[in-house]
Every structure is written in C-alpha cells, then in structure tokens.
Design a protein around this ligand. Structure first.
Ligand SMILES: [Mg+2]
Length: 383
C-alpha cells in the first residue's frame, strides 16, 4: 500500500509544491529539485512551465519535459541516435532543410566568434526566413539580456525580435520568479554581468552584487570582518562574470553557508568560445564555490529542459519538425536530444570537435554535422 504522504504528493502535486515553496523552505526545495521523479511531478503539475503563454508540459512524454534531467547519463542518449550525417553538398543541405520548420540557434561559436561574424551566417539566416522557417536564438551566454542580444544580432546583419531570443539569464530570472515564487523580501546575490541584472529586473526580482562597482576591487582587511550571512539573500546566481574576484567569491561563499540559500547557475559551460579561442565559461566561475562549499548548483540554461519547455510553450511548435543547431555537444546537442527534437546539427566552428562524435563510444552524437553553418546556404534557395 502506498503511504499517505507519497499518495498526497501524487494526487496534489501542485498543492504540495506550492506550499513547500511558499513556506520558504529553500533548502528542501534545493534537495527536491535534484530528484528526477520530483522534476517529473513539478512538470506534470505545471511548475516547470517557465512561459506565461500557456501550459508547456502538463502531460509530458518520456522524451519531452524533464528529459534533460532524467537523461543525466549521456550514454543513454547516444544509444538513441544514429551516426551523425555530414552535410557537405547542396543536395544534402536541401534535404536537411526540408525536414524542419523550426531552427533553434546557439549563438557563440555558431553565428559568430567574439565579434566576428562567421562566413555566410547572415545570408543563411535570411535564407531560412525566406523559406518560411521559424528562427529562434537560444544562448547560454548570460552577459547580455535579450534586448542587448537583439542589438548585437542587428549589428551583425541578422535582424531579430526580442521575443525570438532566449538567453540563460532570462531563463534563470523566469525560473526564480515564476517557478520558485522567490519571496519578495529576499534578493539574489549575482556573480555575473548586466545581462543577468536586466533580466532579473524584468521579472521584478531584487538582486545585489553583479556589476556593483563597490565589489569590483580587491578584498580589504575590513571585508574579512564584515563578510557574513545576510538574511535578505535567498539565492546565489552565478553566470559568466568577467570581473570575478576574491571579494565576490568570499561573499557568495558566506551566503551559501546557509543551506536555505539556493545555489543557482545560469549555465554550466566550462569554456566560452571567443576570438577563435576558448576562455573560461560560466561553469568555471561557479566552480570555486562548488569546491569551497561542497555544494552543487542547479544550472538553468542548456541542457536543462526547463528552458526547452519555455521555448516550446511560447512557439507551440512540433518538436519533430524542430532542429537545434549548436557548437557544443554537452549543452546544445544534449539540449536538442533531451528535448526530443527531430534534429540536431553540430557545427564545427566552436567548442566541440569532430573526433568527439566519432567512434562507438562517443557519448553524445548529433543527427547531423557540418563544418560551418554557412554550408547550408544556397543561392538558389535565397533568391
Ligand atoms: Mg556556443
């Protein structure tokens, strides 16, 4: 016989989780969110629907809601895919394009490297739009808000609307506000750039740290005495912070001593591709805190499926007709595979290399790969 408490959770998941979250038991929530069945219940009860535009996953299939959390074993994903097919010829590109109505594009390492647009990218995106394809930009880079990303896309000759852009900073802000129902009397301590601040502001979430110039300095003897718990801080959120320093890490470390303070990341990318090279990514900013506190963080960007659910909910597309295009296997491609998309395309202009998808023991294998996004471009289709 099922016990009373499990039975009540199964019957009234929404009631159970709302009461838990409203009670402000952040430590309990942090533990619960690590249990796959709890994610399933959260999604089933509507809690992982990050979008305000409709139910994303009230009745998820095994491939959809929470799939990225369930499939933590990437080997399981590889067994569900066939060997990647390389796209080199015009015929292969045309066949590939005809399969999909929606394309989700990662940005860094796919569209550009740093501030350098990759070859034929603007032409390829314009061609897709002309062919009637839906184009959505999905980036783990939290340094820019969606509005700032629109400016960058526009400046690169890729016209876009804010609503066509999903960033990990936005995903994290919506998660904190709408899924966690973050208490209004609490604030988020930010290790990150203005992109996170702007998205938290857009969701009405209070924050501290971030780009505060007072914290962009070396730690002082007085700081060692002053740093300690802050009852107003309810979460630490780590993104890519190009001004990270010991003072910020020390503050975050102090806040995370309280088990009720949530430990969140916009994304866990170990590296960041820019200027044709790799630099430390957002995951490397959070890594010292994971080491010093012995705590794990919840990362809210790709491959977390809460981000996919928000995108699918907003655009209401058929996942079998959607393709994720990215340069990184353990974020972009795993995001598309875990989300049950019909296609995933790895481009070799960023982080992951072709050697990583070859061999029977390759852990994550996309459906397709190409040397660069511009290889999809066809003058015939564009004109
Ligand atoms: Mg990338």
């Amino acid at each position: 016989m099922m016990g009373f408490a499990p039975a009540m959770i199964l019957i009234f998941p929404r009631l159970f989780f709302r009461s838990t979250l409203h009670a402000g038991s952040a430590a309990s929530v942090n533990v619960l969110l690590r249990i796959p069945p709890i994610w399933f219940l959260l999604c089933w009860s509507g809690h992982c629907n990050l979008s305000s535009v409709g139910p994303a996953c009230r009745r998820p299939t095994s491939q959809q809601c929470c799939a990225g959390v369930r499939y933590t074993s990437s080997n399981h994903i590889s067994k569900m895919t066939t060997k990647a097919q390389k796209i080199t010829t015009k015929e292969q590109a045309d066949t590939f394009l005809a399969k999909f109505d929606v394309f989700l594009f990662d940005c860094d390492g796919v569209l550009w490297s740093g501030n350098t647009l990759l070859p034929k990218v603007a032409e390829t995106i314009a061609m897709l739009k002309k062919l009637g394809k839906q184009v959505v930009f999905v980036t783990n880079n939290s340094t820019k808000s969606r509005a700032a990303y629109k400016k960058k896309l526009d400046s690169m000759g890729i016209p876009a609307e804010v609503n066509d852009i999903f960033g990990s900073a936005y995903s994290a802000a919506v998660y904190i506000n709408r899924v966690l129902n973050f208490p209004k009397d609490k604030k988020v301590y930010v290790l990150g750039e203005s992109g996170i601040e702007e998205e938290l502001e857009s969701e009405g979430v209070r924050y501290c740290g971030g780009t505060d110039p007072e914290e962009r300095r070396a730690i002082s003897p007085e700081d060692y005495d002053a740093i300690g718990p802050d009852p107003e801080v309810g979460a630490v959120l780590c993104g890519l912070d190009t001004h990270v320093n010991y003072l910020k890490l020390a503050k975050a470390h102090a806040y995370l001593q309280d088990p009720n303070v949530l430990f969140l990341q916009t994304n866990d990318d170990s590296t960041y591709p820019s200027h044709g090279k790799l630099f430390p990514g957002a995951g490397s900013i959070a890594a010292p805190l994971k080491y010093s506190t012995r705590r794990q963080a919840t990362a809210l960007g790709k491959p977390n499926q809460s981000m996919m659910d928000a995108i699918a909910s907003k655009f209401q597309f058929d996942r079998s007709k959607a393709c994720m295009v990215g340069d990184r296997l353990n974020t972009d491609i795993q995001f598309g595979l875990g989300g049950g998309l019909g296609g995933t395309l790895l481009v070799l202009t960023g982080v992951s290399k072709v050697e990583e998808i070859q061999g029977d023991d390759a852990p994550i294998v996309p459906h397709y790969y190409a040397d660069k996004l511009g290889d999809l471009y066809s003058e015939d289709a564009a004109n």
